[in-house]
Design a protein around this ligand. Structure first.
Ligand SMILES: [Zn+2]
Length: 404
């Protein structure tokens, strides 16, 4: 069998850190070629010819969506289609390229006020680069109003503008918006590819990288944190040893408190420093540094900032908690694998906890394990729906502790 040359050519260096995504990269590289033809045609270009101006990049959390979007932006800007070394490539990958806008939100929704400036930006020719690229990292957070505003821009794209919308799946994006985009899907990358990336890019120890990629179930961001931060490894272990300790309702309530506490600690560690810096910068810009009493106008601004920071902290805590619940889910998934007798063919996610997994498997039934996994799913949904985390986690721990 002969393989076409294009399929055997390895991707341009700029795609180096986009691991396990050969199919998606092939599609995007063809687009980069088409884009070069458009640039080479100069002013003779027919608007819309040869290049797709709106892309929807989908993939599960941690699959590398935003890394892929940046690599695509870099390849579009690079005179060599993504050499990975030139100024265009480096700045686009780092997020500092003047013609590549990276839009992420910490709010629950992208609002009209967030989208309008982007639509205006899309109308402007690139300042020095070959394309104006606008990457919207949370396109699933567009609401009806902001989606409508964006739609206008997607329908009549200026000849040198490329939109790259990112979302977990196409179903998460307004149908009007996604119908105007060309879709490229990322898959969950193989564990070995993620481990390689951690060693090569982040200098992680190979054994720890292998553990981290497996424990994070190929979520690249989580794997990276597990590989580089011993505190994160210890916290994960604490979470996974909770089920063995729940022998009564009282113990379940204590375990719930511990879990929420660990999540709070971790999210505070992540946001605290930034909050203080933002506050200092705001006071500085208002000329109110070191003031003991703040004038009313300043006070209003500080209150607004604190409000935003509180919202961000709440979201960070919920995100951390959700990850802890995904870890717990992986533990029961392992228990189920053993209970169903599939342990020979299927690798455990938590190999290092095999003894505990075996004990849990021996002490319950597959039905009970499925019930517990359902309870974890329900807790995740309740937390997502803004139920107080401690309440949701207490109910979960009681359900996990119930007799098999
Ligand atoms: Zn380059």
């Amino acid at each position: 069998m002969t393989v076409p040359a294009a399929a055997t050519a390895s991707p341009a260096p700029v795609w180096r850190d986009v691991v396990g995504q050969a199919a998606a990269i092939a599609v995007l590289e063809r687009a980069v070629l088409a884009a070069r033809a458009v640039v080479d045609a100069g002013e003779n270009v027919v608007p819309g010819a040869g290049m797709t101006h709106a892309w929807l990049l989908t993939g599960p959390p941690g699959s590398g969506r935003s890394t892929a979007a940046r690599a695509f932006a870099a390849a579009l800007q690079c005179p060599d289609g993504g050499c990975g070394r030139c100024h265009e490539c480096r700045t686009a990958l780092q997020g500092s390229h003047a013609d590549v806008a990276l839009v992420a939100t910490e709010h629950v929704q992208l609002r009209v006020d967030d989208v309008r400036p982007l639509v205006a930006l899309a109308q402007r020719r690139p300042s020095g680069g070959r394309w104006r690229v606008i990457v919207v990292e949370d396109a699933d957070r567009l609401n009806d109003n902001s989606g409508n505003v964006l739609l206008k821009a997607l329908e009549e794209p200026p000849p040198r503008t490329v939109w790259v919308l990112c979302a977990p799946s196409a179903d998460d994006v307004l149908v009007t918006v996604r119908s105007r985009c060309r879709r490229v899907g990322l898959r969950i990358p193989p564990v070995a590819d993620v481990a390689d990336l951690l060693v090569r890019r982040d200098g992680a120890d190979p054994a720890i990288a292998a553990y981290a990629a497996r424990a994070a179930q190929s979520h690249i961001g989580l794997a990276r944190r597990l590989a580089l931060d011993e505190g994160a490894r210890i916290r994960r272990r604490e979470v996974l040893t909770l089920p063995a300790k729940i022998r009564s309702v009282g113990a379940a309530v204590i375990a719930a408190g511990q879990l929420v506490e660990v999540a709070g600690e971790e999210s505070r560690a992540a946001t605290g420093e930034r909050d203080a810096a933002e506050r200092a910068a705001l006071l500085h810009s208002l000329g109110a540094e070191g003031a003991t009493t703040l004038p009313p106008a300043v006070r209003a601004q500080v209150r607004q900032l604190e409000e935003n920071q509180r919202r961000r902290a709440t979201r960070a805590q919920r995100d951390v908690l959700d990850r802890a619940l995904i870890d717990l889910l992986s533990l029961y998934r392992d228990v189920l694998v053993l209970q169903l007798g599939a342990g020979e063919d299927v690798d455990l996610v938590n190999v290092e906890l095999e003894q505990q997994v075996r004990a849990l498997a021996a002490g319950s039934t597959a039905e009970a394990t499925l019930r517990r996994m359902d309870a974890i799913g329900e807790a995740r949904e309740r937390i997502e729906a803004n139920v107080a985390p401690l309440l949701a986690v207490e109910a979960l721990m009681v359900a996990l502790g119930r007799a098999p």
